[in-house]
Each structure stands twice: as C-alpha cells, then as structure tokens.
Design a protein around this ligand. Structure first.
Ligand code: ATP
Ligand code: ZN
Length: 293
C-alpha cells in the first residue's frame, strides 16, 4: 500500500490562499469543503491537513503531518519555545512577507531600543522577543497577548509592542511607530527532521521539484524583441539572469535580428527602458507557465 504524504496548511487566514495556490500550481487537485480538517488530493497520494498556523510546527515535529507551510515567524517562535523541535525549513516560498517589529507611541516614553530597559513589551511572540532581548542584553519583559497587541500601549499594559507589520496601517491607526525590526518573515515549507518512509519520500522529492518550478517560474519571464545586430552584445548584458539568448535573422530586414531569452530574474519597466535605449524594438515580456530543469 502506498502511504499518503500529509501536508499541514493553514485552513483560513493570511497564508491559506497562497498555500492552496502553490499546491494547485504544483499539480495537486483537491476540493476544500466547509469544516473538514482533512482534504484528499485526488490525483496523487497526498492528504492536506487544514489547521491553525500555530499548530503546524508541532504537528510536523510530532509526526502528525510530514511537511507543512507556515510563516517563518511562527516557526521561529516554536523553535524558541521548544527545547528541541524536530522540524526544519526546506524552502522559502516568497509570499506572506512581513516583519516582526518593535513599535511605540512616538510621543511616549519609549522611542528607541535604548529606552526599553525595565519596561514591559506586549507581544504574541514572547519566544522570539525573549531571544532578541537576551542577545541584545536588554533588560525588558515580554508580556504575552494572543491578539489585539496594538491596543496594549493605549490601555496601559505596556509602553511598547512587538508585533507583525506589513503595510504599517494598523500601527498607524493606533498611533504607533516602528523603531526597530527584529525579524523579516515569509512563508516557508517545513518538514520533519526524521527520515520519511520510502514511498512518502519519493512523493516528497517529486513535489519539491515541482514547487521549485513554481517558485522559479513566478519571476521567470520569456523576453522577445527585435534589434540591430550591433546591439546584440549590449542587450545580452542587460537581460536579467538569462543564458545565451536565441538569435534569429529577420527575413528581408538585413540588419535586424529577433532575440529571445528566458530571464530568471525580475524584469522591471527600467529593464525595458534600458533595452530600448540600446536600439531594441517590439519588446515582449511573456509569463512562463511551468518549468522543469
Ligand atoms: P490562525 O487562525 O491560523 O491562527 P492567525 O490569525 O494566527 O491565523 P494570520 O493573521 O492569518 O494568522 O497570519 C498568518 C501568517 O501570515 C502570520 O504568521 C505571518 O507569517 C503572515 N502575516 C501576518 N501578518 C501579515 C500581513 N499583514 N501581511 C502578510 N502576511 C502576514
Ligand atoms: Zn495563528
């Protein structure tokens, strides 16, 4: 019997949609129904375990699931709290980016890390914050709050907070300003540090190679353009992260060639402007649907 690889992902929240999207792009077919905790992948020996994000690192460490997608912040928090967490990061996935920051009312008593000594700091991340304070030799005390951390200064729980920030709008709405970033975070793929059974490992290796393809194809573009022969060298230098471009003579256009290349790094408007300045014309940037090398 083939064992089914079990992937833990967030059921609802800021990680959920992108986690489902990555797995769907990797070719997994599944339907998410109402309150179900388990979703069966219909075309591969994989099951999805749909849970709260905070539970994911421990589920993996305890073998309830084999791999999972979670915010690096949550993984780091569990790593700091547990003596020994039997789980590790395999890939950074590039979505749900945010920062864990220290923030306070700029008109209050705490304006920089130099003012933290002997104060309380409200946070949902006492593990990461505690490790940071110890490393920086700052004598402050984390006060754990499970939610609504941004309200702590106003109701007198603590003069500063340590919380996740992406746009900063929530902080601003509460009259708070960031004065230090203690961690940058994004979604990560984690796995159990224990070896997987042979059949699960085979599925995992296959899935990982597909996920790598999904990550790479996100930034990778196919560029097509026309250019005078004299500009070929300059253009090749500008094309971001490409191997040797394909060069094709254009029928009836003596001096002009068509150039095509796969670019593995982001292609910005500035890149196109630079290409145009060398003499390139009819520049097309096309998305790449799938890749495997
Ligand atoms: P759950 O119900 O699963 O416990 P939650 O309320 O703890 O959910 P979410 O708010 O959905 O968590 O955030 C999940 C993860 O998304 C965070 O741990 C973090 O990695 C990332 N994240 C948090 N805030 C943002 C943000 N503003 N923008 C993008 N990603 C974020
Ligand atoms: Zn959570």
């Amino acid at each position: 019997m083939i064992e089914r690889l079990r992937i833990a992902i967030q059921k609802k929240g800021r990680l959920a949609d992108e986690s489902f999207a990555v797995l769907r792009k990797a070719g997994l077919r599944f339907a998410i129904r109402g309150d179900g905790l388990l979703a069966r992948v219909t075309n591969l020996p994989i099951d999805l375990l749909l849970v709260r994000d905070d539970d994911i690192p421990n589920f993996i460490a305890k073998g309830v699931a084999d791999i999972g997608i979670v915010g690096e912040n949550v993984f780091a928090e569990e790593l700091n709290l547990a003596e020994n967490l039997d789980a590790e990061i395999v890939r950074r996935l590039g979505f749900s980016r945010c920062r864990l920051c220290l923030a306070a009312d700029p008109d209050g008593p705490v304006r920089s890390i130099g003012d933290l000594s002997k104060t309380m700091i409200a946070t949902s991340y006492p593990g990461i914050l505690g490790a940071y304070l110890a490393a920086q030799k700052i004598d402050a005390t984390p006060v754990e709050m499970k939610g609504a951390v941004e309200l702590a200064p106003r109701i007198g729980i603590a003069p500063s907070i340590c919380d996740l920030v992406s746009s900063g709008a929530t902080l601003e709405a509460n009259g708070l300003e960031v004065f230090e970033t203690i961690m940058e975070s994004e979604a990560v793929l984690i796995r159990s540090s224990q070896p997987l059974s042979a059949s699960k490992n085979q599925m995992f290796t296959r899935l990982l190679s597909r996920i790598d393809g999904v990550i790479r194809s996100k930034e990778t573009k196919y560029i097509m353009l026309n250019a005078p022969k004299s500009a070929i060298a300059a253009i090749s230098k500008i094309l971001p992260g490409s191997d040797a471009p394909t060069i094709i003579p254009l029928a009836g256009e003596g001096d002009l060639v068509a150039m095509q290349a796969v670019c593995t790094e982001a292609v910005f408007w500035e890149t196109l402007e630079d290409l145009k300045a060398t003499g390139a014309r009819s520049i097309l940037v096309l998305p790449i649907e799938k890749m495997m090398s």
